[in-house]
Design a protein around this ligand. Structure first.
Ligand code: NAD
Ligand code: IPM
Ligand code: MN
Length: 358
């Protein structure tokens, strides 16, 4: 096949990790007989620098003309909160997700066999294994509600961020979670704050209605604070976790560390039509950018998810994941996952090692 892939390299370590994922894609292409047309798309702080806007006109159209999008990361201190919204990289990331209709963000947190020692939890907890899929709602909630900032008479400035969810938004992400669980261990844990939030009470009632439609799937509700605790107490209990946008953002960073490092965790952002967008869950890591230190595995595994979810090519996805596991099993580590005494390899070397296994 010939695949047209939009590359949003972005800021900080984004270009470094995307570079390695592209090498892996090329290598997979040789092995499996695919070719690619890569289309560079400017988005984020680098776009602000180049054209004055983090989300240049025509960005969504360029992506829609592709079969899938691969994104590194955007953001950095140079384009911080003091900048107007249209110059902030994060504004662009939210806009592309919304414009492409990518309401479902799949974030699999897997403790890879070679990484059991890197799990910061108790040995017996790690040995039980961790293989969960966080299904994060991505185009609703507080991320997309009205923002307000105004002067009060007596309390200084006041700000508000509105959090809203419709039944429609909840139902479509819920269905994704239940359907996915049928390909896994048939268990869905819905995470909310229904003891406080109205949006969560609606969330819970819709999830309960869906649970009736999937009697073959075990279903439970967890409050988000308890879930955050359970993720470090016993993450092996979870199969599919489904939750709203901000809870999913926070819990997935937590889940990543439990499985070794944020540098390992990939994601797929998908909607009802192509293209899907594939991105590591980490950010632009300004503290290590440009130093060949970043772990490219999260982005490489995101490319594997691209094969699985956008191209319906499980063999290629399996091959990439197996190559990553093989390199880790040989003891190769980037700095974020290196035990004391182990000399880490750089971003490029890790990419090369993974290519060699393909
Ligand atoms: P971050 O994920 O960029 O970094 C957090 C910590 O994890 C840092 O110490 C960093 O060095 C480390 N880290 C992250 N990725 C790594 C990797 N691949 N290998 C090794 N170490 C890695 O989070 P942050 O520092 O809070 O955010 C930095 C910027 O990134 C902010 O502007 C933020 O908005 C943005 N961000 C973007 C995305 C995205 O584009 N999808 C995601 C998260 C954060
Ligand atoms: C992520 C990031 C983004 C989010 C930011 C950069 C807008 O943290 O992809 O996890 O909160 O969704
Ligand atoms: Mn995040």
């Amino acid at each position: 096949m010939n695949y047209r892939i939009a590359l949003i390299r972005g800021d900080g370590i984004g270009p470094e990790v995307v570079g390695e994922a592209v090498k892996v894609l090329e290598r997979v292409g040789k092995t499996f007989g695919h070719t690619y047309e890569f289309v560079d798309v400017l988005l984020g702080g680098c776009a602000t620098d180049a054209v004055g806007k983090s989300y240049p006109d025509g960005t969504a159209e360029k992506c829609r003309a592709c079969d899938a999008v691969l994104l590194g990361a955007v953001g950095g201190p140079r384009w911080g909160a003091d900048k107007p919204a249209e110059q902030r990289p994060e504004t662009a990331l939210l806009a592309i997700r919304k414009d492409l209709g990518l309401y479902a963000n799949l974030r699999p947190a897997t403790l890879r066999p070679a990484m059991i020692d890197a799990c910061p939890l108790k040995t017996e907890t790690a040995q039980r294994g961790i293989d969960l899929m966080m299904v994060r709602e991505l185009t609703g909630g507080i991320y997309f509600g009205r923002r307000e900032k105004y002067e009060t008479d007596d309390r200084g400035v006041e700000c508000a961020d509105r959090m809203a969810y419709s039944e429609h938004e909840i139902e479509r992400i819920g269905r994704r979670a239940f359907e996915l669980s049928r390909l896994r261990r048939r268990k869905v844990t819905s995470v909310d704050k229904a003891n406080v939030l109205e949006t969560s009470r609606l969330w819970r009632s819709v999830m309960h209605r869906l649970a009736q439609e999937y009697p073959d799937v075990a279903y439970e509700d967890f409050l988000v604070d308890n879930c955050a605790m359970q993720l470090v107490r016993d993450p092996g209990q979870f199969d599919v976790l489904v939750t709203e946008n901000m809870f999913g953002d926070i819990l997935s960073d937590e889940a990543s560390m439990v499985t070794g490092s944020i540098g390992l965790l990939p994601s797929a952002s998908i909607g009802d039509r192509a293209p899907g967008l594939y991105e590591p869950i980490h950010g632009s890591a300004p503290d290590i950018a440009g130093q060949d230190k970043a772990n490219p595995i999260a982005t490489i595994l995101s490319a594997a998810m691209m094969f699985r979810y956008s191209f319906q090519r499980a063999a290629e996805a399996d091959a990439i994941e197996a190559a990553v596991d093989a390199v880790l099993a040989e003891g190769w580590r980037t700095a974020d996952i290196a035990e004391p005494g182990v000399t880490p390899v750089g971003t490029r070397k890790m990419g090369e090692l993974i290519c060699q296994k393909l």
